[in-house]
Design a binder for this molecule. Sequence first.
Ligand code: F6R
Length: 241
Amino acid sequence: MQVKIFPDHEALSSAAADIIIQLIRIKPAALLCFASGETPRRTCELLVEKSINENVDFSKCSFAGLDEWVGIPPTNDGSCHYFFQHLVLDTLQPQNAFLFNAISGDMEGECAKMDQFILQHGPIDLMMVGIGMNGHIGFNEPGVSVGLRSHVIDLDPTTLAVGQKYFKKKAPIRQGITLGLSYLQQSGVVLLLANGEKKSTVIHEAVEGPVTPQFPASIIQTHANSIVMIDKPAASQLKNN
Ligand code: F6R
């Protein structure tokens, strides 16, 4: 694990976009997996800008959406699907993509489809993830088994409360569907992004706390090729910064 500290969110987003572009130049048919949310939004925007300016072709790559709120339709602009569709798929136009369909009525089937997609196009070359206020990655909530592939999980009270920030009106969220941490362990590169003072406690815990399923993001410490990309405020509680 490396920790890289940037002056601000813009700088870390730009650096993350550069890493993704570098990978696509070396391996055009890479399998990418991104989280949605406030943190990676700017990276996705910059990825599009840079790929146009630098003539980078994403048309051979594949994309897997990290997670979704069970029961929330893709048309809801707070859904992960909406984010992935508008900020990644419409703009970068990868050859293959799979996003969980959270209203399919067969969540186990959706997990199986995702696992099959990754088997076919993977292993994942690069994951770009965020960190929740309870240390979750994707919807791998505290206490999750780290060996899981795609799975459905009851959301932790913190995620239920914080998650409402994505929705214009109160969303009936209860469960998430997500790639498991086994995929993170197997991914070629993992970028964990965080910005802002509000993330400083969870970044300290993830990077300098014990590695434990009670704090899922701590698994980042065990990945040989992970980069924790944070701005100065998010780094403010690190002892070794
Ligand atoms: C969303 C996801 C979540 C977020 C995390 C941080 O697809 O996987 O784990 O990455 O909750 O969210 P933001 O970036 O909105 O603070």
